[in-house]
Design a protein around this ligand. Structure first.
Ligand code: GLN
Length: 284
């Protein structure tokens, strides 16, 4: 029997049932419904009174039930918007976060202080889906970008994301941080490494439970990989060169100290969308 539930009512019903597990319940419901309807975002707001047919209704509430078990929306629908890109996402790596767009913004603002030419290269360490490298490559088409990840599945995912978004000035390689990067020098090095303390209770809450620990957690209270990247970046940077890293809200001071110890200049920390310390840069 046809239930004649409108788009608006279906979203409300789903959002109510997702309220307990998600702090973005309505948006989650909208993204799941768009996936079922296979329509552009504007469709839901243009046609709130259209009714769902039985097939759409049950397919939608199957996805809502999966979300209710905690599975991230990006894993259910298989993609996530980041910057101007639509990225394929899977459980081999981190789901791109809006806060990481701040890293892209900060690099685009800070790059004016460098002598960028069409010979200039950029490097993204721990690229995951390729989010940062692809966003920067698409904004800086004269540069060539390289994204590196130790995980082969992530490298393949990032390569598919370059194709999916038609970004041609970005390559990807398997590399454990700098291990396979070679002897090229880079004008810009960026990274969103794992930086969560292994004992952080948030690791067993929300979407992060479904993401690989290797993309989230680092030794030394979360700072081990940051320290490794900051200590080794000078060997791979041109002069002038820029290093920009994402880090935990409480790691600004320790990250600035590491930049300082490794002789970076004009070191500065920027806040994310929630006004937490999140990005630190320095010039070499
Ligand atoms: N910002 C992410 C989180 O708190 C962590 C990402 C990372 O470790 N690089 O879930």
């Amino acid at each position: 029997m046809t239930k004649l539930v409108t788009i608006e009512a279906a979203i409300q019903l789903a959002a109510d049932s997702l309220q307990v597990i998600s702090d973005s319940a309505k948006l989650d419901a909208e993204l799941l419904l768009l996936h079922i309807l296979n329509k552009p975002k504007s469709y839901l707001f243009t046609w709130p009174d259209r009714t769902l047919d039985d097939v759409q209704y049950s397919a939608f509430f199957e996805l809502v039930a999966e979300r209710a078990k905690g599975r991230p929306v990006a894993h259910i629908i298989g993609h996530r918007d980041f910057w101007t890109l639509d990225l394929e996402v899977n459980n081999s790596t981190l789901i791109p976060r809006p806060d990481t767009e701040t890293l892209v913004e900060v690099v685009l603002e800070s790059i004016n202080n460098l002598n960028i030419t069409d010979q200039s290269r950029g490097l993204d360490l721990g690229t995951g889906t390729g989010a940062i490298a692809l966003a920067l490559a698409s904004e800086l088409p004269s540069m060539s970008w390289l994204g590196a990840d130790f995980n082969h599945d992530a490298v393949n995912l990032a390569r598919r994301n370059a194709q999916r978004n038609k970004v041609e000035n970005c390559q990807f390689i398997q590399s454990d941080w700098f291990s396979n990067v070679g002897s090229e020098k880079y004008a810009v090095i960026v990274s969103n490494p794992p930086y969560i303390d292994p004992t952080d209770p948030h690791l067993s809450e929300g979407d992060v439970q479904f993401e690989p620990k290797s993309a989230l957690v680092a030794e030394a209270s979360g700072t081990a990989d940051l320290e490794h990247i900051i200590a080794n970046a000078p060997k791979y940077l041109t002069s002038p060169g820029l290093l920009a890293v994402e880090h935990g809200y409480d790691q600004g001071a320790i990250v600035r100290q590491a930049f300082n110890k490794n002789l970076f200049k004009n070191i500065k920390t920027f806040v994310d969308l929630g006004q937490n310390d999140r990005i630190t840069i320095g010039y070499f």
